[in-house]
Design a protein around this ligand. Structure first.
Ligand SMILES: [Fe+2]
Length: 306
């Protein structure tokens, strides 16, 4: 049964961004970047798969050999009933879903349903991810803000915003947080838990390829962001956007290139919101300050970073 938020809107069918899977030509480069810059911990490292932890969960980031594209995005749901609701909701709009017990084992989750979103991004809906006995230990002493807020957020570039809104908002129940709308851009930010946004979408008319533009991971301390930024400035990765503060979630963050095609936003201090009182708004600027796009960075679809 679909419950409702305090504001009367149906509650989202998913509860958080669970994990992200990307492909890369050089898994060794990802291991170095993921551990030394981002502070993620190796859960598994081999020629066919790199798994990284950000908390007590079995993994939060997966890297497999490939051309650097997004492999999959994992959305966590509450339980078996919620997983059934997702499959039913997708079935009602004609989206094929596949329950995959073999993949569930690979992902260390209790059960998993696969689907593909209208832009072709592979999605995995799951519940019950294992928490191995070994405590999480970051190689850079980072502490990530996860728990009920999930891993962070994902930003997708989509060819058809209306279609994406129907899929993610009308069908899966993501709730609008706000928009950033300028003469050239219209970016939609949505949430499925108190994190200001777990999913944002922007159109391909920004000149970007469809798919995962970036994912964000949040730490609990500005110094951790600063230390990671120092490593990037020392050459550990390409800085794509300078440190800055977003206008909507007030996250202080920078963006750098991963060894895959997507970027990572590494931040601190994002706000949480309460559906009982939150009113979606439209912002006409992207940042309080900063997030300047750096020379040599790939286009980000935004005039000065987002
Ligand atoms: Fe972001």
């Amino acid at each position: 049964m679909v419950s409702a938020t305090a504001a009367g809107r149906p509650a989202p069918l998913v509860s958080s961004l669970g994990y992200v899977g990307v492909t890369a030509v050089d898994l060794g480069a990802w291991e170095q970047f993921g551990t030394q810059v981002l502070g993620l911990e190796i859960a598994e490292s081999g020629p066919d798969r790199l798994l990284l932890r950000a908390d007590e969960r079995a993994f939060r980031v997966s890297v497999t050999p490939g051309d650097g594209s997004c492999d999959f995005i994992g959305w966590e749901v509450a339980d078996a009933a919620a997983l059934g609701e997702v499959a039913a909701a997708l079935g009602r709009i004609g989206v094929e879903t596949t329950r995959d017990p073999v993949l569930a084992k690979e992902r260390s989750v209790a059960d998993l349903v696969r689907a593909v979103d209208p832009a072709g991004t592979n999605l995995e809906f799951f519940y019950g991810q294992e928490t191995p006995g070994t405590p999480f230990k970051s190689p850079t002493s980072a502490t990530f803000v996860t728990g009920d807020l999930g891993l962070g957020h994902a930003v997708l570039v989509v060819p058809d915003m209306a279609e994406a809104e129907r899929f993610y908002l009308e069908t899966l129940g993501f709730l609008e947080s706000d928009r950033v709308r300028t003469p050239r851009f219209d970016v939609l930010f949505t949430h499925c838990n108190p994190r200001h946004h777990s999913l944002a979408m922007m159109p391909t008319n920004t000149g970007l390829e469809p798919g995962l533009h970036h994912f964000m991971i949040e730490v609990d301390d500005l110094d951790t962001v600063g230390h990671a930024l120092d490593k990037v400035l020392d050459g550990a990765a390409q800085l794509n956007s300078s440190i800055g503060k977003h206008i909507n979630d007030l996250m202080v963050s920078f963006y750098c290139q991963t060894p895959s095609k997507c970027e990572v936003e590494y931040g601190v201090g994002g706000i949480t919101i309460d559906d009982a009182t939150w009113v979606p708004s439209v912002h006409t600027i992207e940042n309080v300050w900063g997030h300047r796009r750096m020379p040599g960075a790939p286009p980000d679809g935004m005039p000065d970073g987002m």
